[in-house]
Ligand binder design. Structure first.
Ligand code: DON
Length: 304
């Protein structure tokens, strides 16, 4: 498969389509990005690396960071994590509160804001210096010391994070948050402010296409079973109430963020990252979804 040719060809086709999405503006600083930005980068387990467009520009990865938080928490507490957070698609928006009342503060899955807030609580309980230790972990698994948080984005979200503040307090009222809500929320907002380029994202996430092992040196970031489970969650829950649509059209495990990024994994083949900031009504990159649908259709490779 000539991925380099395919990426370039699909990029040229999708680049100029009408972008019907809207930039996320509920976090004021996110709306300052150039809406025309469009980048793609693929990393394969056969060590092919290629990108096009704004693939080297860092952007706010937002909810994509929830996968990294889950991975670190899974490493630290193992299967106990599933006592605190479920593994079911919710069919609701990423920031919804509605199911928590009936579910007594156990979020349906770790990729909802509610789920990632609980994962943040688990990390705070298990790390000495959560903010520093988390970024050290992300840098170590990617061998990339340039990765970091954006204080500007985190601060902007802290000032308007009313729904997340409500979610955290609501979960706490069921006894399902162990630490101070303000500490949990600070960590959650920092986590979401991580910045990466498409190149950095696809390189970092490639281990999920390689049974949990880093391709360069076979170091295990997750066990084979854990890696499969993270991919299963990305497949079923990675796009909130659009997860079925993404599975139907793209057919890969993936995760989106309101910064307009998407990471998708083809097990045993590649990790691909797309960035286009305008979002559809479900909060997922409009052009990013279309690019990936065309890319997987044209590559004729499928996990199904
Ligand atoms: O908590 C929030 O609303 C954001 N920091 C993250 C949401 C997000 O990225 C949802 N993904 N599509």
């Amino acid at each position: 498969m000539n991925f380099e040719y395919l990426i370039r060809d699909v990029y040229q086709k999708i680049k100029n389509i009408e972008d019907k999405g809207e930039i996320a503006s509920y976090i004021p600083e996110l709306s300052k990005v150039d809406p025309k930005s469009f980048g793609v980068h693929i990393s394969t387990i056969n060590q092919v690396n290629c990108g096009i467009g704004n693939y080297n520009e860092k952007f706010s990865i937002q909810s994509i960071a929830k996968v990294l938080a889950l991975i670190l928490a899974y490493r630290l507490v193992g299967d106990e994590i599933w006592d605190r957070v479920g593994v079911e698609p919710s069919g609701t928006a990423f920031n919804s509160l509605v199911q928590l009342e009936a579910d007594k503060g156990i979020p349906r899955n770790p990729f909802l804001n509610a789920g990632a807030i609980v994962v943040s609580d688990i990390l705070i309980s298990n790390l000495r210096n959560p903010k520093e230790d988390f970024i050290d972990f992300v840098r170590s698994i990617s061998n990339n010391t340039s990765l970091g948080y954006s204080n500007r984005i985190a601060q902007s979200e802290k000032e308007v994070g009313y729904r997340n503040i409500a979610l955290c307090n609501f979960i706490k009222s069921f006894g399902q948050i162990q630490n101070k809500p303000s500490d949990v929320l600070d960590f959650y907002f920092d986590l979401c402010s991580l910045e990466m380029s498409c190149k950095e994202l696809s390189e970092l996430f490639l281990f999920l296409a390689n049974n949990g092992l880093r391709v360069e040196n076979n170091e295990a970031i997750l066990s084979e079973s854990q890696s499969k489970r993270v991919n299963a969650l990305m497949q079923t829950c990675g796009f909130y109430d659009e997860s079925g649509e993404f599975a139907f059209k793209v057919g890969l495990p993936g995760k989106s963020g309101v910064g307009g990024g998407i990471i998708a994994i083809h097990p045993d083949q590649y990790a691909i990252a797309v960035w286009s900031p305008k979002l559809n009504k479900k909060g997922n990159s409009h052009k990013g979804m279309i690019f990936l649908e065309e890319f997987t259709t044209r590559s004729e490779l499928s996990i199904f």
